[in-house]
Design a protein around this ligand. Sequence first.
Ligand SMILES: [Zn+2]
Length: 116
Amino acid sequence: MSRDWTPEEIQAASEAMVQAGNMSYEEVCAELNALEKIGRFAPLQSKYNWPCPRCGHWTMDRSTTRNALSRRAVIYICSSCGMEEAMEDFYGTWAPLASWDIARKEEWPIGNDTEN
Ligand SMILES: [Zn+2]
């Protein structure tokens, strides 16, 4: 069973989350939205030629599995982004999924054979 939270309760909970060193309610929602969008895109990744979902550049190898498997979600990203994620892990800092190109854009471009 769940109940509806009032905006004031959500705001208070969000502030408590931030004070405890966690993401705010809005940031959690943005991450969940990004993760959902990434999850919807992942099955299409091997069917066409796409830009990197993380950086948005046309830097993906045509063979999907030759790219880097993201450390943040079950999806392939370009080698450069794979290296960036490895460095983020080394330094203990993560770029939020909401900052990924696929999460920021309403429309995700349809791949074709001429752009890579
Ligand atoms: Zn990339």
